[in-house]
Design a protein around this ligand. Structure first.
Ligand code: TXA
Ligand code: MG
Length: 313
């Protein structure tokens, strides 16, 4: 897609003026602020209704910029070289003068950093010239926006500028990996890069421990929830329910969406949040969801679905 240079400059100007910006990424739309600007970062927490103990991800245009924010160990650099730009976030020791304020890090001595692939995000980061924090642009607890209109509906009122980057190609947030100590990497949040692809670079990950969960509170609270209750592992819908199929949609049912008619997990990931929102708009008694295989991107899809259903946290 072509990037609108005027809109990019408006976004960078808004960041310089402590404003918030709706910024497309390849994963989900983000609500962006200057990472060094505590006042702007506080406005993100307020706009989302997000608990202040849940830290944000710093977005930078390339590995060189990431190295100015975080002390990446060799395993982190290997992962960065393999998957950046792309849907991978690394949590590593923060550099003191790294340009990410205390509030954005929720007071931790670590920092989450990622290099997004979306050309509009790249353009904003290069135009602004310093790290930008961007949580998903939904209000806290709601499904992440993967379409421009959904982002504007969620947090548009709080934004001084908004960039339309089209539908998000990945549709799930970045995979968050801990590389902040000498132990092997740990998966803090499954996401757009699969565990298997990551482990092919570094060898087997360690199990995330209780200390990791404390440090990554975003992985322990109720998230991604539509208004309607969500019923998982449903072979077919009951009367009054909306239905998200995986594979062909069942005949005759109404309010049915297929996450992927051919059973492709990448397509299902890209459709997940948009279809949850579409199903929710029909005001069903519940949203029933077909079983999704747990391999590959299925790990992240099922993680989001379990949280949407309130099974976690
Ligand atoms: O794909 C994405 O990552 C999107 C787009 C907009 O870039 N952003 C996103 O941000 O999903 P957010 O704020 O919704 O999720 C950030 C996750 C949370 O689970 C948070 O707990 C974790 O990253 N996190 C951030 N800093 C951390 C740290 N220092 N240690 C452990 N976890 C951290
Ligand atoms: Mg989020």
């Amino acid at each position: 897609m072509t990037v609108d240079a005027v809109a990019v400059e408006a976004a960078a100007a808004a960041l310089r003026a402590s404003g918030l910006v709706i910024m497309p990424t390849e994963t989900v739309y983000g609500l962006a602020a200057a990472a060094a600007d505590a006042r702007a970062v506080a406005a993100i927490y307020a706009a989302k209704g997000r608990p202040r103990f849940n830290p944000l991800i710093a977005h930078v245009p390339d590995l060189a910029a990431a190295l100015r924010v975080a002390r990446l160990p060799p395993a982190g650099i290997a992962l960065a070289e393999a998957f950046w730009p792309g849907p991978l976030t690394l949590v590593a020791p923060a550099r003191e003068d790294g340009g990410v304020c205390d509030l954005a890090r929720a007071g931790l001595d670590t920092v989450a950093v990622r290099v997004p692939a979306h050309p509009a995000a790249q353009a904003v980061l290069r135009a602004y010239g310093a790290p930008v924090v961007a949580p998903s642009a939904n209000r806290s607890g709601r499904p992440s926006p993967t379409r421009f209109a959904d982002a504007v509906e969620e947090t548009g009122e709080a934004a001084a500028a908004a960039l339309d980057g089209g539908p998000c190609a990945v549709g799930l947030e970045s995979t968050v990996v801990a590389v902040f100590d000498d132990a092997p990497p740990r998966l803090l949040r499954p996401g757009g890069v699969t565990r298997a692809a990551l482990e092919a670079v570094t060898g087997r990950f360690a199990e995330a421990g209780a200390g990791d969960a404390r440090r990554s509170p975003g992985s322990t609270t109720l998230h991604y929830a539509p208004d309607a209750p969500v019923r998982l592992g449903a072979a077919s819908p009951r009367a009054g329910e909306a239905y998200l199929a995986f594979g062909p949609a069942p005949e005759g049912a109404r309010a049915v969406w297929s996450l992927s008619p051919t059973g492709d997990l990448a397509e299902a990931a890209a459709n997940l949040f948009a279809h949850l929102r579409a199903a929710d708009r029909t005001r069903p008694s519940a949203i029933a969801v077909s079983p999704i295989p747990e391999h590959g991107l299925g790990e992240a899809i099922n993680d989001r679905l379990r949280r949407a259903a309130g099974w976690v946290g």
